[in-house]
Each structure stands twice: as C-alpha cells, then as structure tokens.
Design a protein. Structure first.
Lengths: 108, 118
C-alpha cells in the first residue's frame, strides 16, 4: 500500500501568513488522485482539495493544491483564524485508500 | 445540505460485536458509494470499508476482512457497519463517508467512538 508522509508534523504560524504543507508518497499516486482534508476538533472533517489541485465546493481560493507523482503540497495563501486545524492528505488512486498522519497548523 | 449522522458507537468487549449506523440526508443516497473510515487516538485516518450505490459491491481493508460487514438500506437512506470479533486495535472514532464521482471522500460524518475493552 502507498504510505503518505506529511511534513511538518506541526506548523506554527500567525494569521495573515502563508502556510505550506507537504505530503510525500512512497510510490507514484495514480492519476494524481490526491486529496486534502481539514479537521477541526468536534467537527466533521472537510474535503478541501481533490485531484491534487481542484478545490471542493465552497472552499475559499486561499487554499490551493499542487504537485504530481509522489510530491504534493497544500498552500494556504493568507491564514485566517478559522484555518487553524489538522490537515490530512489522502490518496485514492490505489487500493487501499491511505492517509497521511496529519499536519497540525497552530497559532503562533 | 448533505448530512451524515452516525449512531452512538459504544463499548464492546474483545471478541464482541457492535453495529454502527449512519443516517444520510440531503442527496440521492442510492447514487453514491459510501464507506467507513476510522481514526485511532494519535494516528492518521484509516480506510475501513466501502460499498457501491446499489449495495452489490463491497470492499474491506485487510485489517477487518472477515470480521466486519458493510451494508446499506437505500429505502431508508442508511449505511451500516457490523463489527464482530472486535480487537483492542479496532478502538477508534469511526466516520461515515460519501464517495464523490471519483472515489475521494467528499463528505464526512462527525464520527462515533468505539471502545474495545474488558
């Protein structure tokens, strides 16, 4: 199965700053079927990005995804207070689906 | 508005059984594959199982194959996960998920806690 490794484990930034989160796959992700999900405590996780770079419905354009093959990035251009959460990458190109261990984005 | 609401999980003994339910609303249920994802404390999410829109096709992670059964009732807009021969490592928050047109998960429930302990 494909192992996804996210870095950093924790990212401490201030509102207004730019966040760059990385997800590296142990082998190439088929068709760049890579998604990013946001999870806040006590809430349902939310899909942000699918197909490596397509924003899900209702997701602000400050969120962008990029990458291909084995290296993927989620960028949040200017952090808003509500963006502080845990982010998971998820590959769905190969069975079984797998997830990264998460990056916690915390307020500095 | 798409909503996925899991039933309360609960406590089971090792070797015991538990059934999870997920009530879906806000979309045409039988047009979508559905699934379950779990997350143990301190770990990333783990895909558990999926079922096609008609219920004919089912898929399982190796870790639960032969012990868990996924099913759905399209007349009631309900998704189920029957869990048997539970192990300590099955303890997690279990999320009901909807699969998009390509099988990413476009909606998640809030999750339900399953505890396995004697």
């Amino acid at each position: 199965e494909i192992v996804l490794t996210q870095s950093p484990g924790t990212l401490s930034l201030s509102p207004g700053e730019r966040a760059t989160l990385s997800c590296r796959a142990s082998q190439s992700v088929s068709s760049n079927y890579l998604a990013w999900h946001q999870h806040k405590p006590g809430q349902a996780p939310r899909l942000l990005i699918y197909g490596a770079s397509s924003r899900a419905t209702g997701i602000p354009d400050r969120f962008s995804g990029s990458g291909s093959g084995t290296d993927f990035t989620l960028t949040i251009s200017r952090l808003e207070p509500e963006d502080f959460a845990v982010y998971y990458c998820h590959q769905y190109g190969s069975s079984p689906h797998t997830f990264g261990q998460g990056t916690k984005l915390e307020i500095k | 508005e798409v909503q996925l609401l899991e039933s309360a999980g609960g406590l089971a003994q090792p070797g015991g059984s538990l059934r999870l339910s997920c009530a879906a609303s806000g979309f045409t249920f039988n047009r979508y594959a559905m699934g379950w994802v779990r997350q143990a404390p301190g770990k990333g999410p783990e895909w558990v199982s999926a079922i096609g829109g008609s219920g004919e096709r089912t898929y399982y992670a190796n870790s639960v194959k032969g012990r868990f059964t996924i099913s759905r009732d399209n007349a009631k807009n309900m998704l189920y996960l029957q869990m048997s021969s539970l192990r300590a490592e099955d303890a997690a928050v279990y999320y009901c998920v909807r699969e998009g047109p390509v099988p990413y998960f476009d909606y998640w429930g809030q999750g339900t806690l399953v505890t396995v302990s004697s």
